[in-house]
Design a protein around this ligand. Structure first.
Ligand SMILES: Nc1ncnc2c1ncn2[C@@H]1O[C@H](COP(=O)(O)OP(=O)(O)OP(=O)(O)O)[C@@H](O)[C@H]1O
Ligand SMILES: [Mg+2]
Length: 729
């Protein structure tokens, strides 16, 4: 590390009033900024925040994502003798910032469980020394809460060396915020233990209630409240409707390609979708990788490194790809599933265009996604150890937050206005200047929304069939629930997949009581139905042309599952004292098992089976693992089939179409597309070979709860399928 010479404006404590004035003066601070960071001037409210804390005042600083909040504590660390303590929610965030500062020759360190005892001791020795060289010390809130750390801090404080406490992502302290972290609550202690040290609270996403909560919880005294507008004028906001698209994957792929080899982040709700979508994009020549908590740390770090260094351009990630992602040239942030709150959406979409250049936030909205999220949120309190009242309250709050997101998608008004108003900002009509789809193409957006309404209305009318199995509320066992509900919490998130099924008509009927539907008048409905019919025939034609069976399990999906299983096997191997297993062969074997079981039923069941195998690998014993993999050898030798052939056993569906055409039909008839008669209308189901393949326990489990579905007469079944085909795309 090459350390830059310090500029000669250091010591506030030892200086007189004039010195202090000089220290806080704009000129001196700009000089520091230029010297250390190479920026010509401060942005927004940076200077106000810096001057406030340097003068010893508490400060609450609300700045948009990418606004430059870090600078508000980094410059004071350089301007004043002593140490700035920075509290960060994530180790990765600390690591990134410390690395970046060190590269600039600024002495910053972080303390976390990930560093060696030797490194820790070195930092502590420096802190204990007469004149520590550390200027910024990054810590987690968990460390602050430990019994041993506060006395150390107090010692530094007693020596007059603690110049500032900065709380980054301060909204995490509030249970009203979108990312509440209980460990942040411990930070309330800082004020009483270290009374005279100014505190700087920084956040990009604090609604008024959260702001108040942050100020109170941290016991800020007469803080300078700095609020910048949340507006990100360089982001173009757009929503696309999955239900109106023929193929959302292809749409995204084409969009990314049409923009050139740009840097992008694609957020998905589930890990399996990250893998699948990433495989799809890669296949289409896009340089991309998946990132989620299901990958081991090494892989995550390697994806992050490759992305930061522009070796790959697109990351398809869950929300685990979060704070501290500081690549400035992200041109597109895409939400492939609707996020659960406006705060989360703002935070994530805000990772675009940190260089202030034009960029896009693209959200793919699907009615199924909405229902899925509603279901998750409605039930999310049930696993937490809360009283029923607070459970109810938090569930209500989550639903209210989510409603804002739904309104963002289903509304025809300016998207930017909606975002800003959700944060309590007053917005003038002219603010957007056509930098969202609703302002730039109002007619198209209105028309899309009408079409969407039609799609929903049709699905309601036909007693829709697209519903994920897990929404049969109490028909899910505890284990599945806990994994499913913790989906938002990436540390313990689920790999469970969610499947389409003909079950649960009742649930769907309840869920699809859309307010859009109720808004539609008779004439409008007729016009929409006409348009829907047009769309239907158009799409059927397109479907016929592309001959894409959306439920089919592609080679890319299989490959991505094999990779996933291989990762899980590797982790299991490490957990089981380097158990001797051949990773690649074993992964292929396990994937093949899943494929054999579910190739006929479709990708959703297949993914569920892969996910449950991954879970099994996370907990299984050596003996069980060897037993299961032992059958691999047996079956291989019994069948005397070479390994490559063994992956596609003779009785499985051959996706090249060489074998088993009738099987293909029967496998898909139940869950997806029926063969079509004239003008694309589905033929009577009785004329199709609907004999189902033998279905294993997962399906039986669902089927056993299919009481409603079983009572449906043939007509209703047919109409349900017709409706499914008429899903406007
Ligand atoms: N005055 C400035 N002029 C130009 N660039 C700046 C200035 N201040 C900060 N930056 C740069 O802006 C980028 C974003 O800064 P920073 O990471 O501090 O944003 P943030 O407000 O913390 O965003 P987030 O809410 O996403 O964490 C960084 O690359 C930083 O170096
Ligand atoms: Mg930040």
């Amino acid at each position: 590390m090459q350390r830059k010479a310090a500029l000669p404006l250091r010591d506030a404590k030892s200086g007189n009033a004039n010195k202090m004035k000089a220290l806080c003066g704009k000129e001196a601070l700009v000089k520091l900024l230029r010297w250390h960071f190479g920026y010509p001037d401060f942005r927004g409210k940076q200077l106000d925040a810096i001057q406030a804390v340097l003068s010893g005042r508490d400060c609450f600083c609300l700045m948009p994502t990418g606004g430059g909040k870090s600078m508000c504590y980094q410059i004071p660390a350089l301007a004043k003798t002593g140490i700035v303590l920075v509290v960060c929610p994530l180790i990765a965030l600390m690591e990134n910032q410390v690395m970046a500062l060190k590269e600039k020759g600024i002495c910053a360190e972080f303390l976390s469980s990930t560093i060696s005892t030797e490194a820790k001791n070195k930092i502590h020795d420096d802190l204990d020394s007469g004149k520590p060289s550390t200027r910024l010390l990054y810590v987690t809130p968990e460390l602050i809460a430990t019994a041993g750390f506060m006395p150390k801090l107090k010692k530094i404080y007693a020596r007059g060396l603690l110049s500032l406490i900065a709380i980054d992502e301060a909204h995490c302290i509030s249970s009203w915020g979108h990312d509440f972290r209980p460990s942040y609550r411990q930070l309330s202690l800082l004020r009483s233990h270290l009374p005279d040290v100014p505190i700087l609270a920084l956040t990009a996403t604090a609604a008024p209630k959260v702001q108040k909560d942050v100020v109170q919880s941290l016991h800020l005294q007469n803080p300078l409240i700095l609020k910048s507008s949340f507006n990100r004028p360089n982001i173009y906001y757009e929503v696309r409707y999955k239900d109106l698209l023929d193929d959302a994957y292809a749409d995204l792929s084409n969009t990314l390609k049409s923009k050139g080899d740009v840097c992008a982040i694609v957020y998905c709700l589930e890990r399996s979708m990250c893998d699948e979508l990433s495989a799809h994009l890669s296949q289409n020549g896009i340089s991309c990788a998946a990132y989620h908590a299901g990958l081991n740390k090494k892989m995550r770090t390697s994806v992050l490194d490759e992305w930061i260094s522009s070796k790959i351009q697109v990351v398809v990630a869950t929300v685990a790809f979060g704070y501290g992602i500081d690549r400035k040239d992200v041109r597109i942030v895409c939400h492939f599933n609707i996020p659960k709150s406006m705060e989360g959406f703002y935070q994530e979409s805000g990772r675009a265009g940190r260089d202030q250049l034009p960029c896009t936030s693209l959200l793919y909205y699907g009615v199924d996604d909405r229902k899925r999220m509603e279901f998750i949120l409605r039930n999310s309190g049930s696993k937490k150890s809360q009283s029923s009242t607070s459970q109810e309250e938090s569930s209500k709050k989550s639903m209210a937050d989510f409603t804002q997101m739904v309104e963002y998608c289903e509304g025809s008004g300016c998207r930017r206005k909606r975002i800003l108003e959700s944060f309590g900002e007053k917005v003038t009509a002219s603010l957007c200047e056509k930098t969202c789809d609703a302002c730039r193409h109002p007619n198209l957006v209105a028309r899309n929304l009408e079409d969407l309404t039609t799609a929903i209305a049709l699905r309601q009318k036909g007693g829709s069939s697209r519903i994920f199995i897990t929404s049969s509320s109490d028909a899910i066992n505890g284990e599945q629930l806990s994994e499913f509900w913790n989906r938002g919490d990436e540390a313990i998130g689920s790999d469970d997949d969610i499947s389409d099924s003909d079950d649960g008509n009742e649930v769907v009927n309840n869920l699809t009581k859309s307010k859009l539907h109720s808004r539609v008048g008779v004439n409008e409905k007729l016009a929409m139905l006409e348009r829907a019919e047009e769309n239907f025939y158009r799409n059927e034609k397109a479907k016929k042309q592309s001959k894409v069976d959306k439920n089919a399990i592609s080679d890319a999906m299989r490959e991505s599952s094999r990779q996933r299983l291989q990762n899980a096997l590797k982790q299991a191997q490490q957990r089981l004292d380097n158990l001797k297993i051949e990773l690649e062969t074993s992964a292929s074997f396990l994937e093949d098992e899943c494929y054999k079981k579910y190739s006929k039923t479709g990708k959703s069941f297949y993914y569920s089976q892969v996910a449950s195998t991954v879970r099994w690998l996370a907990t299984t014993s050596s003996v069980d693992m060897l037993n299961r993999l032992g059958t691999m050898k047996e079956s291989t030798s019994m069948d005397a089939v070479p390994e490559a052939e063994g992956r596609t056993p003779p009785h499985a569906i051959d996706h090249s179409g060489k074998e088993g055409t009738s099987n293909e039909l029967s496998g898909n008839a139940q869950s997806e597309i029926l063969p079509c008669g004239d003008r694309g209308m589905p033929v009577e189901s009785s004329s199709v070979n609907t004999k189902l393949p033998q279905i294993p326990s997962f399906y039986e489990f669902v089927n056993s709860r299919k009481t409603k579905g079983d009572q449906l007469d043939d007509t209703k079944k047919n109409s349900s399928r017709v409706e499914k085909k008429m899903r406007v795309q």
